[in-house]
Design a protein around this ligand. Structure first.
Ligand code: FES
Length: 127
C-alpha cells in the first residue's frame, strides 16, 4: 500500500464529507466507520466506500453513514459501529469489503448480527 500524504487525507476527508452530506437525514440505522490513522491504513476507506456503494445500489434511504476517530484497538482495524434504532450499538472489527457486504446484507437490511465479525455489543457510555 502506498504511503498516505497530507493531501491524500484532505482528499479523503472531502470525499467522505461530500458523500455524508448526501446520506444525511432521518436514520433507522447509523453506521460509524472508525477513521483514525490506523483505521485508514488498514483499509477503513474501502469499508466506508463499500457501505456507501451498497446503500446507493439498494436505494436505501434510512441509513446514516458517518465517521469517527480511532476506536482504540489498532490491531482490530478497520472497525465500524452499527446502531439500529432502539438497540445497543454493535462494534464490528477486522473489516474488509467482503465482511462489510455481509454486515450490510444481514445486519443493516435484516437486523441480524454477523456474529463472526462482532467485537462487542453495547456502549461504554455512562448515562
Ligand atoms: S491509533 Fe489505532 S486505535 Fe487509536
Amino acid at each position: 500500500m502506498a504511503k498516505l500524504k497530507i493531501e491524500d487525507l484532505d482528499k479523503i476527508a472531502e470525499d467522505v464529507k461530500r458523500k455524508m452530506n448526501i446520506r444525511e437525514g432521518a436514520g433507522r440505522v447509523k453506521i460509524t466507520v472508525h477513521m483514525g490513522t490506523c483505521g485508514i491504513a488498514a483499509g477503513a476507506r474501502n469499508v466506508m466506500n463499500t457501505f456507501l456503494n451498497l446503500i446507493a445500489q439498494n436505494d436505501v434511504k434510512d441509513v446514516i453513514v458517518t465517521t469517527s476517530g480511532c476506536a482504540g484497538l489498532c490491531s482490530r482495524e478497520p472497525m465500524a459501529t452499527l446502531e439500529l434504532l432502539g438497540q445497543a450499538p454493535v462494534k464490528y472489527a477486522d473489516l474488509n469489503e467482503e465482511r462489510a457486504k455481509k454486515i450490510f446484507e444481514e445486519h443493516v437490511m435484516k437486523g441480524k448480527f454477523v456474529e463472526e465479525c462482532v467485537l462487542s455489543v453495547g456502549s461504554e457510555r455512562i448515562q
